[in-house]
Design a protein around this ligand. Structure first.
Ligand code: NAD
Ligand code: SER
Length: 318
């Protein structure tokens, strides 16, 4: 990777990935983009090259790729699960329409494309525990429909047109820099803010709702390491299961309580979020990623909790 375009760069992942990639590849070689400069992280817009790219507009993608002689597009523009259930047409237009546009530009200008999939690409009849790399995928959310379709479309562009497409199925991501964009796993970020700001949290999922999760530093490593991996060794290019931990609301509560003994949590279950969470796996098998490109996450739940609380206290001035 020498010249990189990041779409959706002001969101939860993009705001941190852009800064990390600028450190590694050089400030001028990582072009952040979003549909508006006001979509999120101001730091990213001011710290280096920025372009307006709405992924539903193929000309804007092509113009940015041509102008900056891009060799790799990291496509992070998306509508996430909870917002996608309230706006399914928008989720389809951005997640699928945007991806087709990017793949077509990649085909024309010979760029690589990295697009994250998600645990949402699985559904209620997928095996929930040790969810295999290759298994049944019948998701019941529009977000999940776009994610499994995107995986297959990226496979198609690689097989048919030779586009170097790659991706991982991310679990819920936890971070302190930029708030998540409207997903089902967002509670696992919000709980840390509430612990510090109010000492208590009302959880929107039931206490035994288990999902895979990952701390942002591991997620950034996953993107960079897979994008840099030897392509000849990749069998599952566009849909590697990756996970770092699997926990319930009770587990994360207990982890925070170890650091903040007075922290309290109650429950007020949101049926929409609960239904989505119940349709997703409990714990992925990520052995293909470990074998094919040496995936090896560093943070478990307690290590993440310690770092999140330390960093958030500084950010929130507490
Ligand atoms: P996010 O919602 O925080 O950021 C997405 C960004 O895309 C937002 O800044 C939004 O303004 C922008 N966007 C929306 N429509 C656009 C359009 N038409 N053109 C250009 N930009 C547009 O999302 P994220 O958490 O950073 O996720 C990035 C990718 O990772 C997505 O594909 C998502 O499905 C995937 N993913 C995220 C998680 C997670 O927990 N954060 C988990 C699994 C997969
Ligand atoms: N964190 C994401 C969501 O909940 C998972 O893809 O939508």
């Amino acid at each position: 990777m020498k010249k990189i375009l990041i779409t959706g760069a002001l969101g939860q992942i993009g705001s941190e990935l852009t800064m990390k990639m600028r450190d590694i590849y050089g400030n001028d070689n990582v072009i952040a983009s979003s549909r508006s400069a006001k979509d999120g992280s101001e730091k990213v817009v001011k710290a280096g090259p920025f372009e307006i790219v709405d992924v539903t507009n193929p000309q804007q993608i092509a113009d940015a790729v041509k102008k900056h002689k891009i060799d790799t597009v990291i496509n992070l523009a998306a509508i996430l699960s909870a917002v996608g259930e309230s706006k399914p047409n928008l989720a389809w237009d951005v997640n699928m329409g945007g991806l087709v546009n990017i793949l077509e530009v990649a085909r024309e200008f010979n760029t690589a494309v990295f697009t994250p999939s998600s645990i949402a690409a699985f559904g209620p009849n997928t095996p929930k525990i040790n969810t295999p790399q290759d298994t049944i995928q019948r998701p019941t959310t529009m977000y999940g429909v776009t994610k499994v379709s995107g995986e297959i479309l990226c496979d198609y562009y690689h097989q048919k047109f030779g586009v170097d497409t790659r991706g991982v199925r991310f679990p819920g991501l936890i971070s302190y820099e930029t708030l998540p964009g409207g997903g089902t796993t967002d509670y696992a970020v919000e709980i840390y803010y509430k612990a510090i700001e109010e000492g208590k949290f009302v959880c929107p999922l039931s206490k035994d709702t288990r999902m895979d999760m990952m701390y942002m530093p591991d997620a950034l490593d996953a993107i960079i390491n897979l994008a840099e991996a030897d392509g000849s060794k990749l069998e599952h290019r566009n849909a590697f299961n990756v996970t770092a931990m699997s926990f319930t609301p009770e587990d994360i509560f207990a982890s925070i309580k170890k650091q903040m003994p007075d922290f309290e949590m109650t429950y007020d279950v949101n049926d929409t979020l609960q239904n989505i969470a119940d349709s997703w796996p409990d714990a992925l098998d990520d052995s293909a990623a470990r074998k094919e490109w040496n995936w090896n996450p560093k943070y478990d739940l307690d290590a993440m909790t310690k770092d999140m609380l330390e960093k958030l206290k500084i950010k929130l001035g507490k």
